[in-house]
Write a protein that binds this ligand. Sequence first.
Ligand code: SF4
Ligand code: SF4
Length: 410
Amino acid sequence: MTSSHPDRTDSAAPRSGQGIFDPDQLSQCVQCGFCLSSCPTYEVTHLEEHGPRGRILGMRLVAEGEFTIDHPDVLDSLETCVQCRACEEVCPSLVEFGALMEDARAAMRDHAPPQGTQGRAQQVGYATLPRRGLLKTGILGLSALQATRADRLLPDHLRVARRVRARDVLRPLRDDRHAPGTPAFVFRGCVMDGLFRDVHQATVDVLAAAGYAPSLSPAPPCCGALHIHAGREHEAHRLAQEVIDAYEGTEGPIVVDSGGCGAAMKEYGEWLGTAQAEAFSARVQDLTEVIEPSMLAGARPVRARMAYQSPCHQKNVQRLGDTPRALLSAIPGLEVVEPDDWHLCCGSGGAYSLLQPELGDALLDKKTDALTRTGCTDVISGNPGCALQIARGGFRVWHPAHLLARALRS
Ligand code: SF4
Ligand code: SF4
């Protein structure tokens, strides 16, 4: 998705003038404003510069040399975008806002990289994600903090609402790769593998119940989604190529139980522009695409009423439409309700809730209110960032795999 236009030279993106943005994409925006009500940050601040139209105008002014990319007003406008791509989904002119924003983030990282403590923290964080051993050590540290309740000393937005237990982090994952059936690969990733191993286990169980032979191997460490959002294009592309190479020579679907990872992996073809990457992306499927609702006829009932939070990157990037909700609604006994602001982001946005805590919290407050109006205490979400964010709002969060596994358990 990034750097799709030929003028762009990644490492030397200029601060102003042409070369950062695709001029065709910029001119495609007719400033109609249809996208404003779908933009979560605009809905909070009602400032033009915090909506897609204002952000594109800012990009145009940079492209025309009126402003440099590191001008404080330009930075504020672009940094506050949560990259949910809801604007792209509703734009009648088909502006590829995600690509524009990824180009902006890469140029911002070149010319206005984060400084000081935050800069160093980001450097360590992004370097740690693809190192499974280091990440596991960090998560064990988090479990110790939570076990001793020392995490209460952390600032609110750094506290992880999900309870992490050391024995869950250390428990080996079991798969069914030698079972008869079509091979299917469960992508483990970084955050999912560290904090949501229960989801991976449930995904394996669901695939096995559906007649697949699910494998957790190969296990490349990180899809690069968080890196691309942060403008770390070269690292993201390197990680994407490592993922693709790991699956070379295998056949069968690559099943992803994280909306953000799946969205990135489905765009590897556009990121890298190679036939190998395109073929890989064509194999990537969200878990809810692999399982047919008809499989749930006669399944065990899950008697509950739960709200469904549609993750932006499933909805606006993978464009799964009603697929996840229709599948969940097919579980006997399960009533799935949608909050009235279903189209708005919860404020997670990868690392957004950490980097923009004020806006991230404001978006979470809106989402919490909408979820509360459903009358549900339990929420279903298929993305780890959303799950962590919504848990901060006081809800019990389930992954679709948990509920499908319960229904399909023999
Ligand atoms: S991005 Fe699309 S919807 Fe938004 S103002 Fe531009 S043309 Fe209109
Ligand atoms: S990506 Fe999301 S936050 Fe950013 S401008 Fe579009 S709708 Fe607004």
